[in-house]
Design a protein around this ligand. Structure first.
Ligand code: XMP
Length: 305
């Protein structure tokens, strides 16, 4: 565990020293890692930091509004509405790694435009220890590691939480008085809902996944999962009213983990599962069925793609 006050003091001093009088940018995802990195960097250099939040259309329900509110104290915050551009890019893309690549590229384009505009020399990133390990092992291409620096010619990259585990980042978030929606938030993958939609990502599938994630998060709060969500995994036949429909299948997943490298599927009470099922099928007439995923990691991964 980290000594949070000491960590914060050292991190702010280090950022100040590294960046000096220059300008910096950070991609704010709404997750605890980038929020902590941004808050530390903002404390260090104020509005010379431009935090950039890109709404890809693959964000959690209410995320963009939450970001605007939580970080309203940062006058330099940029919120970019890029939903249409991302869905255009994702049209016809089915391979999971290709999806990550397309989203990563789209993200770079949006981000780069701002970085150039504000004349940023430094890139601040919320990379944490497990991100680095998984990326080095090449288990999955995490788009928040690498990538960006190759495109924009930054003088340096600053990663204030690079040596911390997720639970340590949360401790720092609490010490920084970040709101609970941030500090206690479940990890959300960089490519967002795209990895919770099997196959092509369309606005409709993203909406189904977004609503399902919202329901699952609400209903499973008392289980205190490390991550819990709904994913659109295909289509199947169902009956709605008097009609047979070919609707979406939503998989519900809830796991315990320390760092995402391994995970255990949680044992959930039947009545809770039934409530989730009835909310998801009831709120969306195009969802035909809901299943619960009992697979640990390994052999499964946490996300679906
Ligand atoms: P998996 O699905 O590999 O996920 O078991 C492990 C942890 O990583 C998150 N994840 C990602 N995070 N970019 C990210 O920033 C990605 O491409 C990505 N894929 C998975 C996942 O949510 C879990 O916490």
């Amino acid at each position: 565990m980290v000594e949070t006050d000491e960590f914060i003091e050292d991190a702010v001093a280090e950022i100040r020293e590294e960046i000096g009088d220059a300008n910096a940018v950070i991609a704010l995802s709404g997750g605890v890692d980038s929020s902590v990195a941004a808050t530390l960097a903002y404390e260090a250099i104020g509005d010379r930091l431009t935090p950039v939040y890109v709404d890809t259309g693959l964000m959690r329900k209410g995320e963009t509004a939450e970001i605007r509110q939580t970080f309203s104290f940062m006058e330099s915050l940029r919120v970019i509405e890029a939903q249409d551009r991302f869905f255009d890019r994702l049209s016809g893309v089915v391979d999971p790694e290709e999806k990550r690549h397309v989203i990563g590229e789209g993200f770079i384009d949006e981000f780069e435009a701002v970085a150039r505009e504000v004349d940023a020399d430094y890139l601040v990133q919320g990379t944490i220890y497990p991100d680095r390990i998984e990326s080095e092992g090449n288990i999955k291409s995490h788009h928040n590691v690498g990538g960006l620096p190759e495109v924009v010619d930054f003088e340096g990259i600053v990663e204030p939480v690079r040596d911390l585990y997720k639970d340590e980042v949360r401790e720092v978030a609490r010490a920084l008085d970040l709101e609970e929606v941030i500090s206690e938030r479940m990890p959300f993958p960089g490519p967002g809902l795209a990895v919770r939609v099997v196959g092509e990502v369309t606005p409709e599938k993203a909406d189904v996944a977004r609503e399902a994630c919202h329901v699952v998060e609400e209903e499973l709060e008392e289980y205190d999962p490390w991550q819990a969500f709904g994913a659109v995994i295909g289509k199947a036949t169902g009956v709605k009213g008097d009609n047979r429909v070919h609707g979406w299948v939503v998989a519900v997943r809830s796991v315990e983990s320390r760092d995402g490298m391994t995970a255990r599927a949680q044992e959930i009470d039947w009545s809770t599962l039934q409530r989730i099922q009835s909310r998801i099928t009831g709120e969306n007439e195009n969802v035909a069925r809901v299943v619960y995923d009992v697979t640990h990691k390994p052999p499964a991964t946490i996300e679906y793609e």
